[in-house]
Design a protein around this ligand. Structure first.
Ligand code: PMP
Length: 429
């Protein structure tokens, strides 16, 4: 095991006290924690070495149960509450919003907009705030390592408005270069959009420093927090950012739900982006007025069951504690890097100190072939461009192999991966 230790909330964590986590919690037994995740076994009952948590996390039983209850005996729609089941469901949905607010240190739950995922959160900011506040000759700063979902929406805004995109380069060890960011900023920079943690390299951004730099020229800053939550304790006030995007399925919650956090005054001034039910104040054919945030940005029947299951997921991870998750996963990443470095013909990408994500290449083996052979050994990695083609161009490769760790990962996953890599090297001579 890595020196960091985790304990399953089911087995001894303090789930009744949301937000509770104790660095002194008793030592963690990996198999006990894995037992919370029914997805971590193969169809024939063998351990599945799931090393693709950066793409999407497996779900603990507590989340599956919450989703199942919400879809079953508790089910009704929300915000239509003349009957008690709907009123109850509305309470559950809004409790999920409060839980998210507490988890990320928002000032108020009215700053939490439920969306489909981080992609939708960023598109919401682009379509609403971007189209209202970015004009011809303005500048939007992105970085070389961004996920396509933090590139393409801004290219669409730039195309429509005549704004320019500036790309902040990386340091030699593949972190966003904040010195270069400072040099790129101009009084015409309206927005800076950066990944808090890279989904390919695990590089962690000094987010507060980036916020201060953006604000020094009057720009707003958006963080793509997909890989930061739940493994970094988030506090919107401490980050002093303007927008923060999250995906529920990366926080051990269900797919189909994510969060846009935006500062209250900014959200208040933003025009709606989708029209329909639930986002209005009053509709006539002459004029429609809109509800205040967050409802203004939640047109239509929302992701009710997903929000309730996300609440359960946050309770689960928060009981373990974000700092301990980070320590656990990054220790495994360090161990894997050390092992890979001692092997022949392996190239490593990314900084030495990182979140639990390791990208690498084997000389003479396409990452897809490696992924296919590993699959035969019940090891799941990701192979490809990881929705970061500009980063692949920068690294001079078309694809990498990526192993990413979750709270349930342990040394047995690393051992299985290394066995599979050695077998692949033998096959490819
Ligand atoms: N940004 C980053 C850094 C990601 O890792 C991902 C998911 N791979 C996304 C954005 C997009 O998230 P989603 O597909 O859940 O909207």
């Amino acid at each position: 095991m890595s020196d960091s230790s985790l304990i399953s909330p089911r087995e001894g964590g303090d789930l009744d006290r949301p937000g509770a986590s104790s660095p002194e919690a008793p030592a963690f037994a990996g198999d006990r924690l894995r037992g919370d995740f029914p997805g971590l076994v193969t169809a024939d009952g063998k351990p599945w070495h799931y090393l693709d948590t950066a793409a999407s996390a497996q779900k603990p039983q507590a989340v599956i149960d919450a989703m199942s209850r919400a879809l079953g005996k508790d089910y009704a729609t929300v915000h239509r509450g003349v009957y008690s089941r709907s009123a109850q469901m509305t309470l559950g949905y809004e409790a999920a919003r409060r839980r998210v607010a507490e988890f990320i240190g928002a000032k108020s739950e009215t700053e939490i907009v439920f969306v489909r995922g981080a992609t939708e959160a960023i598109n919401l900011v682009a379509a609403s705030w971007g189209m209202a506040n970015i004009g011809e000759g303005d500048r939007i700063v992105l970085s070389t390592l961004e996920h396509h979902s933090n590139i393409v929406p801004w290219q669409m805004v730039a195309e429509r408005t005549g704004a320019q995109i500036d790309v902040c380069p990386l340091t030699e060890d593949h972190r966003i270069d904040l010195g270069a960011l400072e040099a790129l900023l101009t009084p015409r920079t309206r927005l800076v959009c950066l990944a808090h943690v890279s989904n390919v390299l695990g590089s962690v951004l000094d987010a507060r420093e980036a916020s201060d730099l953006a604000h020094s020229v009057g720009a707003k800053i958006l963080f793509d927090g997909c890989q930061a939550a739940p493994r970094m304790a988030l506090d919107m006030a401490a980050l002093d950012c303007d927008f923060y995007a999250l995906s529920g399925h990366k926080i051990y919650g269900p797919t189909g739900i994510g969060v846009l956090w935006a500062r209250e005054d900014i959200l208040d001034a933003m025009p709606p982006w989708q029209g329909g039910g639930a986002m209005i104040d009053r509709v006539t054919f002459e004029k429609t007025t809109y509800a205040p945030p967050p409802q203004r940005f939640e047109a239509g029947t929302p992701m009710i069951t997903e929000a309730i299951a996300l609440h359960a997921a946050i309770d689960y991870v928060d009981a373990l504690g974000p700092d301990r998750l980070f320590a656990h996963e990054s220790a495994l990443a360090k161990q894997l890097r050390d092992e890979l470095r001692s092997m022949n013909s392996v190239t490593l990408f990314g900084p030495e100190e990182s979140a639990g994500i390791v990208s690498f290449a084997l000389q003479g083996v396409h990452p897809h072939d490696l992924g296919t052979i590993l699959d035969e050994e019940n090891v799941a990695i990701r192979a490809g461009h990881h929705c970061a083609q500009p980063l692949m161009d920068h690294l001079g490769v078309s694809a990498t192999a990526r192993a990413s760790f979750g709270l349930y990962s342990d040394e047995s996953d690393i051992a299985a991966l290394l066995r599979g890599i050695e077998r692949t090297q033998r096959i490819f001579g």
